[in-house]
Design a protein. Structure first.
Length: 508
């Protein structure tokens, strides 16, 4: 408890005055809502009212912060302060209620702060007010209604474990307080604001899993947040975001789960990195896993990626020590996680892979084995939950650096320009005729290029207000690419200059 008297919320007199007032009221047969109080009683009642208001403000501010984390519930800003006739309310003489509402703005949970002649009580319960539910009964039944597919099934199991640890995985009785803390007067009179928030937090933490179930239409995303799991990201959402068919994405995920290391390859503008991130988001969804991205370049080394000696200064002295590279650090972090961990290597073919990977070339093929790395006497192996997704621009000349040994260790998923993605992206912008003209131009251009490794993708045109930006995109991004590819065929480029393309797009 706090040592600063000025921080205390309550005094012993505050617990003594109102019972005396209640006795006066209870003893008056002719009581009509009026009672004569002396100055001392009035002074303490004012102090109690001020404290009560402060308590309500603290509670609402606390719940408001939690609401930002869990937007599934709303805090009712109505401040309820009541002095209650003790005979009719089982000895409670002061009551403050704060309601929480669900997605439909129906009250389903309340937090109560009660002052009694013997103690301070902080309570909370799920309530069945305004006939929100036909009945609030079995929590087990409510959880069984959640999706039972994997990984949803695993999330349910983890959630049930958590509920059991809290001792609340039983039938829910709307008349029972599921969290109830009683604090004696002596302790309450030493209570600071921080102390009160501590007890409020204990109450909230016990109520929160129940609130997630009874206050939301779709509890799973909030349960993931509550259990510190990555948010679920279904293939349906992935398909909607990427424009690829769900069946195609499902096939890619199957390949990744089997091989554990794949490379998305294709010409520029096909969305390789974008899709790699979305697939990684799906793979880690509902688990404690994580994803990270590293981009390779010609100066990337074994020391950067695996293990190497690094200079450091300590007490003004230059020292050299063995430091783990990006991949080893990633694997150490993954070992302590339950769930898939995905490392995305962007532009994987831009580095000298045989040099950068070193012993990893062996470990990628023999996943269950361990070997000692150069400069280390400790055996190292790739954790089974580590997946690698690379991206490779097939138009890049450095693709020649990807040798057959590496190709045997990765599965390759080829991405070609997907014109449906372009259509879907702009379908709500009422420029369908413009988009169809652009697609016809891109198809003709790629036929002219006549090389699947150098085709022009559609990512260049996935921008808002395309009609007003198309000239800059074409002249500053498309034409320089074509000039490099057709550097010895200048006549072909003439057909794809902006002056020609503009006439076709805008039918001038």
């Amino acid at each position: 408890m706090s040592e600063k008297q000025e921080d205390f919320l309550f005094t012993k007199e505050m617990f003594e005055v109102i019972p005396n007032v209640m006795v006066q009221i209870d003893n008056r047969a002719d009581y009509k809502g009026e009672v004569l109080l002396d100055l001392s009683q009035i002074e303490h009642l004012v102090k109690i009212a001020s404290t009560a208001q402060k308590i309500v403000d603290i509670t609402i501010n606390y719940l408001g912060k939690k609401q930002k984390l869990y937007s599934c519930f709303y805090v009712n800003l109505f401040r309820s302060l009541k002095i209650i006739n003790s005979q009719n309310n089982r000895g409670d003489y002061f009551k403050s209620e704060i309601y929480c509402k669900n997605w439909a703005r129906n009250t389903v949970c309340d937090f109560l702060i009660l002052l009694t002649p013997k103690s301070l009580q902080i309570k909370s319960k799920i309530i069945n007010k305004h006939n929100i539910f036909v009945s609030i009964g079995s929590l087990k039944d409510e959880i069984e209604l959640l999706d039972s597919r994997s990984p949803e099934r695993i999330i349910k199991e983890k959630f049930i474990e958590k509920l059991n640890s809290l001792g609340i995985y039983d039938d829910i009785d709307p008349e029972v307080y599921h969290s109830e803390i009683e604090i004696g007067i002596e302790e309450a009179c030493r209570m600071s604001v921080d102390d009160f928030i501590y007890y409020l937090d204990k109450t909230f933490q016990k109520m929160l899993p129940l609130m997630l179930i009874y206050m939301t239409q779709n509890p799973l995303p909030y349960i993931c947040k509550y259990l510190n799991l990555q948010p679920l990201y279904s293939l349906v959402e992935c398909a909607k975001s990427t424009g690829f068919e769900e069946e195609e994405l499902e096939r890619w995920v199957k390949i990744i789960n089997r091989k554990k290391q794949v490379i998305f390859q294709g010409p520029p503008g096909t969305g390789k990195t974008f899709i790699a991130k979305k697939i990684a988001k799906h793979l880690i969804g509902g688990t404690q896993g994580f994803s990270e991205l590293v981009q390779f370049h010609p100066a990337y080394t074994y020391e950067d990626f695996m293990l190497g000696i690094r200079p450091d200064t300590k007490d003004g002295q230059l020292t050299y020590s063995m430091v783990s590279g990006r991949f080893l650090e990633f694997c150490k972090k993954a070992e302590s996680c339950e769930g898939i961990c995905v490392l995305i290597i962007d532009e994987i073919n831009r580095a000298n892979l045989s040099q950068v990977f070193g012993e990893l070339m062996y470990l990628l093929e023999y996943r269950r084995e361990k070997i000692c790395l150069a400069g280390s006497n400790e055996p190292f192996g790739i954790p089974p939950n580590v997946y690698i997704i690379g991206t490779m621009n097939t138009a890049d000349r450095s693709i020649a650096l990807v040798d057959h040994a590496l190709r045997r260790r990765f599965s390759f998923i080829t991405l070609s320009p997907n014109y449906d993605v372009l259509r879907n992206y702009h379908e709500h912008r009422f420029i369908s005729e413009f988009i169809e003209e652009l697609i016809d131009i891109l198809k003709y251009l790629n036929q002219t290029i006549d090389d699947p490794h150098h085709e022009l993708g559609i990512s260049f045109f996935l921008v808002d207000d395309l009609e007003n930006n198309i000239e800059d995109i074409w002249t500053m991004e498309i034409e320089p690419y074509l000039e490099e590819y057709f550097y010895d065929q200048r006549d072909i480029i003439k057909n794809f200059r902006w002056s020609e393309i503009k006439n076709k797009l805008f039918k001038q």
